[in-house]
Ligand binder design. Structure first.
Ligand SMILES: *Cc1c(COP(=O)(O)O)cnc(C)c1O
Length: 393
């Protein structure tokens, strides 16, 4: 069975993990800061904060940005639950913008159309690895006073071209905070894991604080324990810490960070293999009627997390369920990205969101199907997927 996505692990990855297992630090050790430094350098950003998973990264970003009850957060209708749930975690209202029918990403137009006066943050999602049009989106958000938290769970290593220069996701000025996920189906993995990327010193410091219980160990931020001067409670020894905000334990272990660091070293090669497979699919499926292939804008380089087709199942005369079952019989797995989030029971009940809210996302969902794409696929695997799709469509 060829799944729709899968991790790539080699002997270097295994050796890196074993080395940590034999060391003194399984967590809170030097592998964490080494990984964070490498990650920030890779993106071309100032700070990277490693956290337990991509959802925690979004939660920490919301907390660091100070998003709270009474605020509205706009994200894509076409995303995983976590892009919206992070707003709910901090008591804000998750709301949704429609997508472009070709890139499946939100745009300045769709965000503008969904905008309300209480929007304090936006969470654009780089669907399948293709970056959103961040310069245009950032201009809109900044003009209207909203922070930009880019959910780049699909897009570590993606690039955008602006005025002749290429910028990596996380390494440009059109997001205040950028989040990654290192779940095994994503383009690089730490088992579970995630990170927040930012160029802002203050936001980075707040991310670190919220990652670890709201604790502060840096003496320059101490406020004391509300005790009279010279009492036993003003002694700032090496044990001392303060808690200023309610944080969480969202730390990533040294074991995971060592794996992440090792993965990061080959990320560009992994992305190149993904792009190569995507090109093979593009050629093989170019003449299929009733099928829309992924389309990458000229100014974008995608990390190719997904190869998402848009299939007109009524035109080909079989349901998506039948199609998926026929592929499965031929040993091919696939997945659907995504059910419009606001149609989920929780969101319908809480806000009365209903069918008709985002017409394009609703039009795309019934036709969406992602076929296998991961770097360890052999050319033979790719041919098998192509033959199966051509035989089924
Ligand atoms: C995977 C994913 C997340 C969540 O990441 P986890 O590491 O699974 O918590 C968030 N947003 C999007 C768009 C994702 O694909």
């Amino acid at each position: 069975m060829i799944p729709y996505g899968k991790q790539y692990i080699d002997d270097d990855d295994i050796a890196a993990v074993v080395e940590v297992l034999k060391s003194d630090w399984l967590t809170c050790g030097p592998a964490v800061s080494r990984f964070e430094k490498a990650l920030a350098d890779y993106c071309g950003a100032k700070h990277a904060i490693a956290v337990a998973n991509g959802t925690a990264a979004l939660h920490v970003a919301m907390l660091a940005a100070g998003i709270k009850a009474g605020d509205r957060v706009l994200t894509s209708a076409n995303t995983f639950l976590a892009s919206a749930n992070c707003a709910e975690y901090v008591g804000a209202t998750a709301d949704f913008a429609d997508i472009d029918p070709r890139t499946y990403n939100v745009t300045a137009e769709t965000l503008g159309a969904a905008w309300k006066s209480d929007v304090r943050a936006i969470v654009p999602v780089d669907f399948a690895g293709q970056p959103c049009d961040m310069p245009t989106i950032a201009a809109l958000a900044r003009e209207r006073g909203a922070l930009i938290i880019e959910d780049a769970s699909h897009a570590i290593g993606s690039q955008v071209q602006h005025k002749g220069k290429w910028y990596k996701t996380g390494g440009h000025a059109w997001a205040d905070l950028t989040t990654f996920s290192f779940h095994p189906v994503k383009t690089m993995t730490t088992g579970e894991g995630g990170a927040v990327i930012t160029n802002d010193d203050k936001l980075a410091q707040r991310c670190r604080m919220f990652r670890s219980h709201g604790m502060i160990r840096d003496a320059s931020h101490f406020v004391g324990l509300s005790a009279p001067a010279n009492s036993r409670f003003t002694e700032y020894g090496p044990w001392y810490y303060e808690m200023h905000e309610l944080g969480y334990n969202y730390r990533l272990t040294d074991i995971q960070c060592a794996l992440g660091h090792s993965q990061l070293r080959k990320l560009d090669a992994l992305i190149e293999r993904r792009a190569e497979i995507a090109r093979k699919y593009n050629v093989a499926f170019s003449d299929l009627s009733g099928v829309q292939l992924p389309s990458i804008d000229a100014g974008n380089m995608s990390a190719w997390h997904l190869y998402a087709l848009q299939i007109d199942f009524s035109a080909i005369g079989k349901s998506r369920t039948t199609f998926v079952e026929e592929l499965k019989k031929q040993g091919i797995g696939c997945q659907v990205h995504y059910i419009p989030v606001y149609l989920q029971e929780y969101y319908r009940k809480r806000y009365g969101y209903m069918l008709g809210k985002c017409a394009v996302a609703e039009k795309c969902y019934p036709g969406s199907l992602s076929i296998p794409l991961f770097p360890s696929m052999t050319d033979d695997d790719v041919s098998r997927v192509v033959r199966a799709v051509l035989a089924t469509v």
